[in-house]
Design a protein around this ligand. Structure first.
Ligand code: ADP
Ligand code: ASP
Ligand code: MG
Length: 385
């Protein structure tokens, strides 16, 4: 199959309101190669769905109703501002009905299973993708905007809330439901995060898992590029929210990006690079707020020599881990010792060394999370020039 189509994923902040959705549609309008659009739930909606389940479980009907109303109003506001069609408004209403019914079931039973939570979770992505599909219909009248239920494609095992994708089945489904339209003027709009098991039950890939969905869609259509549109202009040398003077990284290898994500950088879901690496598909990370700034391109290309590029942080049950990410780290003599000394031997303990990462555990009880990340970034900055 020709390898030219692009899969474009938009995260929660990228679709948080009508203006944000319009920015996404502009990105899609500007690139005729975008064939599959993968949408996350609108910002904070997945958290609200968890909140609703917990309130219902505790018998707190008031909170359950209040959060449900907030969530529904948020989506109705977007729909109104985007001039959503009556048909889609009816579909949105049906999803709101499902949400209320699930809440009431949990309230009655005073409990919910991971399976019920996945059904509840799915409503976030189903609502946002519905609104986005209608917006695209309005903005791209010459395209056939095909609303695709990801549960028809993304087959998984039955491990609810962290389901394992079954790639053979996903490929088979893509062949029958997506391939026939790949050369036409069709754009598929689908959901991240959700799938279905072999019995048809809704499953999810793990919180923040929409990036992984995009990579899986990319793999099975043999895309030329998977785009991850978020609220920052690519992968940076640390979390821009916590560290003020970060540098954005133009190029990363699959292995570096995987290490960074696995060791705590929230910008990518850790398994995102598995399908794309298998098929050698580049992954672009950029900001839907400022697409003109460009972003990070993640490919198989590795730096030939030693380099240090980023620091990340992982909060584990037994403590906080900070990690340095780069290439050929295991070949650079005394690197772990040098970094350890710069970090402060009283505050950090060496933990692990691989070709692409060196990790230290924070042992000083006085050092808080952000301070330890900033300290690590200061140490990293010495290697930049
Ligand atoms: P989305 O909703 O689009 O999936 P996320 O909140 O999951 O967005 O991921 C984007 C966030 O990841 C950024 O706002 C940033 O705070 C955080 N982040 C953590 N580490 C990094 C990093 N090294 N580079 C860029 N962003 C990072
Ligand atoms: N909406 C889901 C979450 O917030 C998945 C995602 O956004 O990636 O976890
Ligand atoms: Mg994310």
């Amino acid at each position: 199959m020709e390898n030219k189509w692009v899969v474009s994923k938009f995260g929660g902040s990228s679709v948080k309101d009508a203006a944000a959705m319009l920015r996404c549609s502009q990105i899609i309008e500007n690139n005729p190669l975008i064939k599959i659009v993968v949408i996350s739930a609108t910002q904070n909606t997945t958290n609200q769905l968890e909140f609703i389940a917990r309130a219902a479980q505790m018998g707190d009907e008031n909170t359950m109703n209040n959060v449900t109303t907030e969530l529904i109003n948020k989506h109705v506001k977007i729909a109104t501002e985007l001039f959503t069609s009556p048909v889609v408004l009816t579909e949105l209403e049906a999803l709101c009905g499902e949400l209320k019914a699930l809440g009431l079931t949990i309230l009655e039973e005073r409990s919910f299973t991971p399976k019920m939570m996945d059904e509840l979770y799915s409503l976030g992505e189903r609502m946002s993708s519905l609104l986005m599909s209608d917006l695209l219909r309005l903005r791209l009248p010459n395209k056939n905007i095909n609303f695709l239920d990801a549960r028809h494609i993304i087959k998984t095992n039955s491990e609810f809330q962290r389901a394992e994708p079954q790639v053979d089945l996903i490929l088979k489904n893509a062949k029958s439901e997506i391939y026939p339209y790949l050369n036409e003027d069709t754009i598929f709009v689908t959901q991240g995060f959700i799938g279905a098991d072999l019995l048809g039950n809704t499953t999810t890939l793990g919180r923040e898992g929409s990036d992984y969905s995009a990579a899986l869609f990319g793999e099975v259509i043999n895309a030329s590029l998977v785009e991850i549109w978020t609220d920052v202009s690519g992968v940076a040398s640390s979390d821009p929210r916590d560290v003020p003077d970060v540098k954005f990284i133009k190029e990363l290898s699959y292995d570096e990006a995987t290490a960074l994500a696995t060791l705590g950088a929230k910008v990518l879901f850790p398994t995102t690079l598995l399908p794309t690496k298998r098929k050698n598909i580049p992954v672009f990370v950029g900001s839907s707020l400022a697409p003109e700034e460009g972003g990070t391109l993640i490919t198989k290309k590795q730096n030939a020599g030693f380099s240090l590029k980023a620091v990340s942080q992982l909060v584990k049950p037994d403590g906080v881990l900070v990690s340095f990410i780069g290439t050929h780290l295991d070949e650079k003599e005394d690197l772990a010792e040098i970094l350890h000394k710069d970090l402060g031997e009283n505050a950090f303990e060496f933990s692990d060394l691989t070709a692409v990462s060196i990790s230290f555990k924070v042992i000083s009880p006085k050092m808080d999370k952000i301070e330890s990340l900033k300290r690590a970034h200061d140490v990293l900055a010495k290697f930049f020039n």
